[in-house]
Design a protein around this ligand. Structure first.
Ligand code: ZN
Length: 839
């Protein structure tokens, strides 16, 4: 799976431990069940043509038992029958999602007939209706522990079996799954039936079906049938993007075949872009699902194309590492993700047109990992023996992706490509269609000649936190400081970039002791440590460097160096070492518009929400002036122009200018109005109180796409009125039901600088209402909503104290506590910056 930077994957909490109707599988239970059973096959028969809220699910599992008791996992709306070896069992035995089985030694067949619920939270079998045309769409997302809400199963990754899927659905639908595409047969009453052939052995969480009146594109490459699909209202956008998507797919197949020397084994390769998907994408063998904003219906900048390409390659890497060989338990999920992240980026950089993907990663994902690694929830990259599925998934964050990928890149550099891939291929061959652990992979590497890896593993994978690098200019040394709470002795090989008199030179440093001599420096020069993000480290620039960057940064043409400079600035700011006014001076001199998408973890968003509020009363105006100046200087039609224009819109205070932009008049040459830009202008107008709800409703009615609906929610929540804030809050408490993307938009719209008088009551209400949100949502959205609705604009010691008090409350759901702790840490750091640099 890939979590885009805009969305933070967080564990399915079920820490509704108290309130959840289901039991989370314990690791010891999984081990016992694995020892008891050997699976032969699953046959899953789904009837999606019944009604809008439920579907029929008949599962037949054939398996051998060594003799003993165990249980099936299932979470049905209604359980109709369970037959073991033809003998009916009492359906009332189902308890908290588990159905007990007494199994004599020998071969068995269990058949379960149930009615299952369609879900609306992006998990299980998700069904949604497209607001653009009223058409319904279904897809399966069984990651972690959602499979039992689709079919009865032994839900753990190391009980693999071949699956034979049958689907009954309206005759005009397209139905695809893990197995190669099939022609449907008439099933009467306007329905058809799709009978797929058996798949290779799969883990329960990989099984999917994507069904609905999807727009379908077919192609073929190297004997592999390829498919793309998206909802009909995105058909034109998918047609426009298909060549780019398919080209990346074909190039990645060729490269992965070259690197592994193992043929892709799952038949067709279908990539389905689906509505309201929580993650970026999910690596279901043969049928990968993606969030459908990755089909571009409005103009986007290169960053978005890079994110899509690297997500495609990431999921393809999983087809080998993750799908052919799967972690035996969730505590090794980091390895799955770190590997796919590293390899996906590498393949994207080396064989696609997006050879600047590493630059993009520095902007988009590095700080995600570094901040997590320096926060209160930091943890080692490598699994720490999570006792149950939910506990393991608490660690599914920027550390598992960005840090893990960075460390595998370092490992690859130290052992060399030949040994690295010899080991990986040995691992994939030895455990083909089965499961393995981190230990197995490291044994494969040692067999391949990697030498002894214990030191590396201990320092990088089993110790939390990054080292901090800083320059002591007077002493002429670079200091390497491990986190106080997590001592380690880690060598780093980095390049430092030294800027003086308008030119830059690189120095390679071997940092194998706490202090390393740096050599002479020109007076007033800028020193950017680890300037090319070659090690996992937080580099803190000194003030001389930051002041020098005001003049130096605008002229930097090396994109990777620019990214490294912003990474240094963000690390320094996070450490509380930099004056916000200094950072703002660098920003207005050289806006980071090359960091082109302004999602929450990107530089522009960070600048606006973290630096600007502490950089003085005219900070936002200065950014607006800089964006306007940038607009006037960049090439019309370029992505930098688009990025600068978006920033100008987001910081504009003149409703008249915004109105002309929203109307499509008075746009800079090279900028064309589309749904995205129109709603950006409308959101800003709403924030300024310059449009009313009736206007927003009319704008939505004129073009009721999924995107418009999300932006409408953001605009509505952003309005400076008590009614608007009350509406946003009702989304958080669940009183108003909205889908996941609109919930996010409402939270991000609610808290606006300058609206403190209106939002003040919701600071208290946040801490009062947060614990009870476990009653209205679960899974991904539970912790995400805690982040989106956190009182981001309340820079106040009292707010921090309230957060800390709630964190200390032992009855708070675990995933809520964890996310709240991260938000409190962010607030605490901002308060420290304000104390250190008062204005
Ligand atoms: Zn992944």
């Amino acid at each position: 799976m890939r979590v885009l930077s805009q969305v933070v994957a967080e564990a399915q909490s079920y820490a509704g431990r108290v309130t959840s109707p289901y039991a989370s599988l314990q690791h010891i239970e999984a081990i016992a069940r694995r020892e008891l059973l050997t699976l032969t096959s699953y046959d899953v028969d789904l009837d999606l043509a019944r009604d809008e809220t439920t579907f029929g699910s008949v599962t037949t599992i054939r398996f051998d038992s060594r003799g003993g008791s165990t249980f099936l996992d299932l979470k049905p709306a209604a359980l109709h029958a369970v037959r073991l070896d033809g003998r009916p069992l009492d359906v009332d035995l189902l308890d908290r999602g588990r159905f007990p089985l007494e199994l004599p030694e020998g071969h068995h067949e269990v058949v379960v007939e149930a009615t299952m619920p369609f879900r609306r939270d992006g998990e299980g079998l998700h069904r949604s209706v497209d607001p653009a045309d009223g058409r319904p769409y279904v897809y399966g997302m069984n990651f972690m522990d959602a499979a039992p809400s689709v079919y009865a199963c032994f839900d753990q990754p190391d009980l693999k079996a071949p699956y034979t899927l049958h689907v009954t659905a309206p005759a005009d639908w397209v139905v695809v799954g893990n197995a190669p595409a099939v022609e449907p047969s008439d099933a009467g009453g306007g329905t058809s039936r799709w009978d797929f052939s058996p798949t290779p052995p799969l883990s329960t969480y990989f099984v999917t079906v994507v069904a609905g009146p999807y727009h379908l594109i077919r192609d073929e490459h190297d004997g592999i049938p390829l498919g793309l699909s998206a909802r009909l209202s995105l058909a034109a956008a998918l047609d426009k993007d298909a060549e780019e998507i398919l080209t990346v797919t074909k190039q990645s197949f060729d490269e992965l075949h070259r690197l592994f020397g193992i043929r892709y084994p799952f038949g067709d390769y279908h990539q389905a872009f689906v509505p309201e998907f929580n993650a970026g994408a999910m690596e279901n063998p043969g049928c990968v699902t993606f969030r459908d904003p990755l089909v571009f219906s409005s103009r986007v900048t290169r960053a978005r194309h890079i994110a899509r390409a690297s997500t495609i390659a990431h999921e393809m890497a999983h087809q080998w590492f993750g799908d052919i060989v799967t972690p035996a338990w969730w505590d090794d999920l980091w390895l799955n993700e770190s590997f796919a992240e590293y390899l996906g980026n590498r393949v994207t950089a080396e064989v696609t047109e997006f050879d600047d993907v590493w630059t993009d990663m520095t902007y988009a994902r590095r700080q995600w990992g570094l901040i997590a690694d320096q926060g209160p929830s930091t943890h080692p990259v490598a699994g720490n023996g999570a006792v149950d599925a939910s506990a393991a998934l608490q660690d599914f964050d920027g550390i598992s992706y960005a840090k893990g990928s960075s460390i595998l890149k370092q490992l690859n550099a130290s052992m060399g490509d030949q040994v690295f891939f010899d080991g990986v291929v040995d691992h994939l061959t030895r455990h083909r269609f089965a499961n393995a652990t981190m230990l197995d992979l490291f044994e494969s590497w040692e067999r391949a000649g990697a030498g002894e890896l214990d030191d590396f593993t201990t320092n990088w994978l089993r110790t939390s936190g990054p080292d901090t690098l800083s320059l002591d200019r007077r002493a002429g040394v670079v200091r390497r400081t491990p986190p106080e709470a997590h001592p380690a002795d880690r060598p780093h090989t980095i390049r430092a970039a030294v800027g003086a008199d308008g030119t830059w030179t690189d120095r390679t440093l071997e940092l194998d002791s706490p202090e390393t001599p740096f050599g002479d420096l020109p007076e007033g020069s800028a020193v950017v440590l680890d300037a090319y993000a070659e090690s996992w480290v937080a580099s803190v620039p000194d003030r001389t460097t930051v002041r020098a960057l005001v003049d130096l940064l605008p002229a930097v043409e090396d994109d990777l160096l620019r990214a490294g400079i912003w990474d240094n600035l963000r690390s320094g700011y996070h450490a509380g070492a930099l004056d916000p006014a200094d950072v703002l001076d660098v920003a207005v001199a050289s806006l980071p518009v090359e960091d082109t998408e302004d999602g929450p973890r990107r530089t522009l968003h960070w600048l606006m929400t973290t630096v600007v509020p502490l950089a003085g009363p005219d900070a936002s105006d200065r950014v607006h002036a800089a964006a306007s100046a940038k607009l006037a200087s960049v090439e019309p039609g370029s992505e930098h122009q688009l990025a600068a224009f978006r920033l100008a819109v987001a910081t504009a205070t003149d409703p008249l200018a915004l109105e002309t932009w929203a109307a499509g008049t008075g746009l800079p040459e090279g900028v064309a109005l589309d749904v995205d830009l129109r709603w950006r202008a409308l959101v800003r107008l709403a924030t300024l109180g310059a449009v009313d709800l009736a206007r927003l409703d009319a704008e939505l009615a004129a073009e009721p796409t999924g995107d418009s609906r999300v932006q409408h929610a953001k605009a509505r929540a952003s309005m400076p009125s008590p009614e608007a804030k009350a509406w946003a809050w009702s989304c958080f408490t669940g009183e108003t039901e909205v889908a996941n993307y609109e919930l996010e938009a409402a939270g991000l719209g609610l808290w606006q600088g300058g609206q403190e008088a209106l939002t003040e009551p919701y600071v208290d209400r946040y801490f009062a209402d947060l614990p009870d949100t476990v009653r209205v949502r679960s899974g991904w959205m539970l912790a995400d909503a805690a982040e989106y609705f956190f009182p981001a604009t309340s820079l106040d010691e009292e707010t921090l104290a309230r957060a800390q008090a709630l964190i200390a409350d032992p009855s708070l759901d675990l995933s809520l506590r964890r996310r709240l702790a991260d938000e409190a840490d962010r607030l605490e750091r901002l308060l420290a910056v304000r104390r250190a640099f008062p204005r």
